[in-house]
Unconditional design. Sequence first.
Length: 390
Amino acid sequence: MTHPHTADPLEDSLLHTLLVNSNRLQQLPLLVVLLVLAVNSAVVASAWLRPTANSSAPLIITIAFIATCVADWLLLRALRTTGRSFGPEKPSVLALTLLQALLLALLGVFQAPVWLALLVLVGVTALVFYATWIEPFRLGVTQQVLVTDKFAADAPPLRLLQVGDLHIERVTARERNLNQTIADLQPDMIIFTGDFVNLSNTDDPKAEAAIRDVIGEWRAPLGIYAVSGTPLVEPMARVEAFVTGLDSIKLLNNQWITVQTPGGPLNILGLTVTHDMEKDRALLKKMMLSAPKSGLHLLDFHPPDIAPEANDAGIDLYLCGHTHGGQIRLPLIGAIFSSSHLGNRFIMGRYDLGKTTLYTSRGIGMEGLGAPRARFLCPPEIIVWEIRGQ
């Protein structure tokens, strides 16, 4: 199935190009993957050839290298067969094979002890297991408080739940845990910041059914309000199909809606992202001309890219996602890539900009196509906002 959609500037980005091309590696014949493994094994063995008494070192290291590569492959393949996630395993296997071969070759050239090389191999496999089997399912609940003079001080606080970046492929343990957590939290309102579906499953009927099953269980007495995500991931026609007939969810497509809360009016502006910075900035400026005069103003927009403009416009609370917090973060360094036009400036978490409080969620799901279904130092999250008057 195909459908027309507005061109997305991200389609020509380096990240999207890498995702598309790496996804094609899944079509490589098994023989080619084994050939790559054999060549890398030979490189590793040659790097460990040294005129020492320990002549068995090349054999030990090579066998250990092959064993860990196979173990990584089986771990990644089992994600799909056990229904935990559904990404291609060959791109990740090839990348890991090259990485491990490089590390071992360097250790061999610098005549490192055999035990250190074995420790590196075990460490890489442990990281693969943790980043693919453990952390993506460690859903956290982040608590945030917003105090505003636009709400009555003697009113009960509004409990607002921010959810984003589901990227659903199928219903897995992650989505079941999410819905149980939402039910336990009993929020007054839910704000969804876009990306219902995984890029690999945009037109997949089974993914659409899974999305409707998940979001159809959400309940909040003051309503559920959603915007679409990246057009490349989910054109508006697809998003409308996801929510059609689900009366509990209100899809906001460049419009304001005012919700009467115990504390006072909450004015929600839902904008549809184009990822064309000039268009998105102009759209915000245009919509602010019709902004309600009183009450708290909340912007629901997929990426954090128009945060400076939202602050200038006087938005009180800006909820977004899109970046996944980087999804893979390194100690001290942080995110190794960002899908935001502003880079890592608003990569994740809370930012108090002056007039505007911005929160960029790490989201629930993960990137699609050839990207590994992995998270590291960046677990999924939902955010409970307690908004109260002063």
